[in-house]
Write a protein that binds this ligand. Structure first.
Ligand code: IMP
Ligand code: MG
Length: 188
């Protein structure tokens, strides 16, 4: 475990919980460079809208955007509520912050931290299709395919992971751990 993760463990979690590094920071960064290069190859002209789902995808978005050389990239944010404060989904998605601009006629990539049940993204794809983008794709850092309840076609996947609850690199548990550089498994 990195020094950073050890600090967070001492600072914020209950004594019976533990953090184990699943994907170290260096591996995350290397994979994002590959994903960015692929996205740049497939979208040479731009402008390309990267739309991050708040708050978890913000850190991934900021690294991914800088890994897309040459292509003019624009950044947008949307807010949704689905997970509440625990580890299980409510199964219901609500838009809490919409886009600031129209993306009609533009290439759009929705940027997500993790695809779990697929409920969030299947809802958002429906919303975005109504906005008539030229193309609509999904990039996620993490994918837990075993947990899928709704089929979602994910175009760019950083890492497939097993069915474990993870935190760090933007992902939270009750709003904690987002600032860890590694993706860690949180267990009680
Ligand atoms: P879905 O709608 O079930 O696919 O859930 C996607 C959202 O659930 C993600 O954007 C995360 O906010 C949250 N989520 C799912 N799995 C995890 C996890 O292992 N750690 C932290 N958040 C998670
Ligand atoms: Mg999220």
């Amino acid at each position: 475990m990195s020094a950073h993760a050890t600090f967070a463990l001492r600072a914020t979690i209950a004594p019976m919980s533990s953090l184990r590094v699943l994907i170290p920071a260096e591996k995350i960064q290397a994979r994002i460079q590959e994903m960015g290069a692929q996205i740049a190859r497939e979208h040479p002209s731009g402008p390309l809208y990267l739309i991050a789902i708040l708050k978890g995808a913000c850190i991934f978005l900021s690294d991914l955007a800088r890994a897309i050389p040459g292509t003019p990239v624009r950044m947008e944010f949307i807010g949704i509520s689905s997970y509440g404060k625990g580890k299980s989904t409510w199964g219901e998605v609500k838009l809490t912050k919409d886009l600031d601009v129209s993306v009609e006629g533009f290439d759009v990539i929705v940027v997500e931290d993790i695809v779990d049940s697929g409920i969030t993204l299947s809802y958002l794809l429906q919303v975005f299709r109504q906005r008539k983008p030229r193309s609509l794709k999904i990039a996620t850092l993490l994918d837990k395919p075993e947990r899928r309840q709704r089929p979602v076609k994910v175009d760019y996947v950083g890492f497939q992971i097993p069915d474990e609850f993870v935190v760090g690199y933007g992902l939270d548990y009750a709003e904690d751990y987002r600032n860890l550089k590694d993706v860690c498994v949180l267990s009680e």
